[in-house]
Design a protein around this ligand. Structure first.
Ligand code: ZN
Length: 319
C-alpha cells in the first residue's frame, strides 16, 4: 500500500488563533490567570497559619488528632506551592527541547508530591499507633484545641466558598477542585473537633482513631495523585469505550475505508491519538486532504480531550 500523505493537527499550536480563541482562559498555553495564583497563595497562607496553630495547640493540649490535622495543613501548603510552580512552568509553549509542550513536568511533579504525601501519611499513622499502644495522658487545656479546631473549620469553609467562586469565574478546573479539597479539610477538622471533645470527656481512644483517620486521608490523596499520573507517564491509552466510539465516528465518513492501527496516549489532561485510514485511489491529493480535514474537525469537536490527532493515509485496495 502506498502512503499518500500525512496530516497532523496541533489543537493548541500558536499558529492556530481560532483554536486558541475557543479555549477556556486556563487552557491557553503560556498564560496563568492572576486570580488563580492569588487565590492559591491565599489558600497557602491559611494552611501555613492553621498548620502552625494546630501543631502548637495539639502539642500543648495533648491532642494527637489536632497535631495530625496540622501536618495535613502543612502538606496542603506544599501542594499549593507546587500548583503555582506547575501552573507557571507546565503551561510554557512548546520549544525545541520540548516540542510536545511542558505538561509532563506537572505530571512528574505530581507523582513526586503524591509519594511524599504517602510517606507523611505512613509516618503519621505509625507514630499514632505506637503512642496509642504505649498509652498516653489525657487531653489537657481542651479549650485551646477546641478553639483552633473551630477556627480551622470556619476558615476552611470560607476558603472553599471563595475559591470555588473564583474558580468558576475564571473557568479553572484545577482551582475548583482545590476548592473542594478545602471543603474536605473542613470536614476533617470537624471530625478532629468531635474527637477532642470526646477525648476530653474520657474517651481517649477517639483522639487516636481521628489522628489515624486523618493520616489515612492524607495517604489516600497522595496515592490518588501518584497512581493517576504514573498511568500517564507509562503511556496509558484512551479508555476502550472512547476508543470504539472514536473508531465508529470515523467509519461513518463515506470516503473512509478501513480505519486501523489506532494508537493513543495521555499527555497532561489530554490525549495524543494517531491512526491509519484508507482512501479511494481516484481522489486527488486536494480531495483526500479535504476528507482528512473533515474527519479531523469532526473528531476534535466530539472529543475535546484529544489534543493532537495524526492521520496517516493509505490507498484503499478495494476502490
Ligand atoms: Zn487537605
Amino acid at each position: 500500500m502506498q502512503q499518500v500523505f500525512e496530516a497532523k493537527t496541533h489543537a493548541h499550536s500558536l499558529r492556530e488563533p481560532d483554536a486558541l480563541r475557543d479555549c477556556t482562559p486556563t487552557d491557553v498555553v503560556g498564560s496563568t490567570p492572576r486570580e488563580a495564583v492569588q487565590v492559591t497563595l491565599l489558600g497557602m497562607a491559611v494552611d501555613v497559619l492553621l498548620g502552625a496553630a494546630k501543631i502548637v495547640a495539639g502539642s500543648v493540649s495533648g491532642s494527637h488528632a489536632l497535631v495530625a490535622d496540622g501536618v495535613h495543613s502543612f502538606s496542603d501548603a506544599v501542594t499549593d506551592i507546587m500548583v503555582i510552580i506547575m501552573m507557571r512552568y507546565s503551561r510554557q509553549p512548546p520549544d525545541n527541547d520540548h516540542p510536545y509542550g511542558h505538561e509532563r513536568f506537572e505530571t512528574l511533579g505530581t507523582v513526586m508530591m503524591g509519594c511524599l504525601l504517602v510517606a507523611v501519611s505512613l509516618r503519621l499513622a505509625l507514630d499514632n499507633i505506637r503512642a496509642w499502644l504505649e498509652g498516653s495522658s489525657a487531653i489537657e487545656t481542651g479549650w485551646l484545641a477546641v478553639t483552633i479546631a473551630i477556627l480551622s473549620i470556619a476558615s476552611k469553609e470560607w476558603l472553599f466558598r471563595y475559591t470555588k467562586r473564583v474558580g468558576e469565574q475564571i473557568r479553572s478546573e484545577l482551582i475548583v477542585s482545590n476548592a473542594w479539597h478545602s471543603r474536605t479539610d473542613a470536614i476533617s477538622s470537624a471530625i478532629v473537633l468531635i474527637a477532642i471533645v470526646g477525648a476530653s470527656a474520657g474517651l481517649e481512644w477517639l483522639d487516636f482513631v481521628a489522628a489515624i483517620a486523618v493520616a489515612a486521608a492524607i495517604g489516600k490523596i497522595g496515592l490518588g495523585m501518584a497512581l493517576d499520573n504514573i498511568k500517564e507517564l507509562v503511556d496509558t491509552a484512551i479508555a476502550p469505550d472512547k476508543r470504539s466510539r472514536l473508531l465508529t465516528l470515523m467509519e461513518q465518513h463515506p470516503m473512509l475505508d478501513n480505519v486501523h492501527s489506532l494508537r493513543s496516549r495521555r499527555m497532561g489532561k489530554k490525549y495524543l491519538v494517531e491512526c491509519v485510514v484508507d482512501l479511494p485511489g481516484h481522489l486527488t491529493i486536494q480531495e483526500g486532504s479535504g476528507v482528512i480535514e473533515e474527519v479531523r474537525a469532526k473528531v476534535m469537536s466530539v472529543f475535546p480531550e484529544i489534543r493532537e490527532f495524526s492521520l496517516r493515509v493509505e490507498v484503499s485496495p478495494t476502490r
